[in-house]
Ligand binder design. Structure first.
Ligand SMILES: Nc1ncnc2c1ncn2[C@@H]1O[C@H](COP(=O)(O)OP(=O)(O)OP(=O)(O)O)[C@@H](O)[C@H]1O
Length: 300
């Protein structure tokens, strides 16, 4: 899916000349700015580059509201998660284009709420409907972990809420573990029970407040490399219809990820200490490999 940054709208003359958006056909067409007259400062070239068309599952134009974006991205995945599948929604793109606005939004009005608060609200609504219809029992737990800095440190964003005490933030508990079946897994993060949407929203606020990017001594690099993984763990179980008193159920997870921009930051963890932090194009390759079920995922 593609959301066009709203700041492009201010640039109407230039952006509209090289970008055509067709939300109905779910496609955009890019024209060469040097030949379509958008950037007059550059001389026109003789041979024109043909326009490039890209198709998506959905295209949200500059004036799309948060509600439209949430409805188009979250509704389906919430259904699947309540049906027992794992789901993930994240947003990636260049710096300051509205990734956090899309995922988290602003709490000054209901219209500005982003995907994560929206997903929380819809999840609990759907769970309550399911409880009434099927008698299934649900328990929701929340975890929130930040990957931050050039060294890609892991931080449990809910450890303070879990222990009720201020810590140094370097939560020694969270680590990555290679599981032969499930792949790379985060281990040992706090998983807090959220019986209501309000409690889940409280944990979201606590996680956002704990992020490195929201600390006073954070620098540009920290800000760029702050990624939040907010996960809703849904446990559900129901009595077997056979009447023998058996129970069935399981756990599904909805991962909601607010990625930083990760532009031009050096990471000591990658490529022997001199490589670039996972760039947008590298991240694109990882996503393509995952979607295509490739054996090799190029993330190391
Ligand atoms: N569609 C929009 N409507 C209103 N304001 C927006 C919109 N998109 C982004 N903004 C505003 O633009 C600014 C930058 O957005 P935001 O911080 O979400 O970008 P980002 O891509 O997450 O940045 P970073 O690269 O630092 O992670 C914020 O003040 C945000 O509120």
């Amino acid at each position: 899916m593609l959301r066009i940054c709203s700041t492009l709208a201010r640039d109407t003359s230039e952006s509209s000349s090289f970008l055509k958006v067709d939300p109905r056909k779910k496609q955009i067409t890019l024209y060469d700015p040097l030949t379509c007259g958008g950037l007059n400062a550059f001389p026109k070239r003789g041979n024109q580059v043909p326009p490039k068309m890209f198709a998506f599952d959905a295209v949200f134009p500059q004036d799309a509201s948060q509600a439209e974006v949430c409805a188009g991205t979250v509704a389906e995945v919430i259904q699947s998660v309540v049906n027992g599948a794992d789901g993930c929604v994240f947003c990636f793109g260049h710096a300051k284009l509205g990734k956090s606005y899309t995922m988290i939004g602003k709490d000054d009005s209901m219209q500005n709420l982003g995907i994560i608060p929206c997903a929380i609200s819809w999840l609990f609504k759907l769970i309550n409907e399911r409880k009434e219809k099927t008698g299934a029992r649900f328990s929701v737990r929340i975890s929130a972990v930040e990957v931050w800095g050039k060294e890609e440190n892991l931080r449990d964003l809910l450890s303070e809420v879990a222990t009720g005490s201020l810590q140094d933030g370097q939560s020694p508990g969270v680590y990555l573990c290679e599981d032969p079946i499930c792949g790379t897994q985060l281990q040992n993060q706090s998983e807090l029970r959220a019986p209501t949407a309000e409690k889940a929203a409280f944990f979201l606020d606590a996680a956002i407040a704990s992020r490195r990017g929201n600390q006073q001594d954070c620098d540009e690099d920290d800000l760029r490399n702050s990624h939040m993984l907010f996960t809703l763990h849904i446990y559900q179980y129901r009595m077997e219809k056979s009447g023998k008193g058996g129970m069935s159920g399981g756990r599904s997870r909805l991962h909601l990820i607010d990625l930083g921009s990760c532009v031009k930051a050096l990471s000591k963890n990658r490529e022997g200490g001199s490589g670039l932090c996972l760039s947008l194009s590298a991240l694109g390759n990882v996503i393509l490999a995952l979607v295509n079920g490739s054996k090799h995922i190029p993330y190391k």
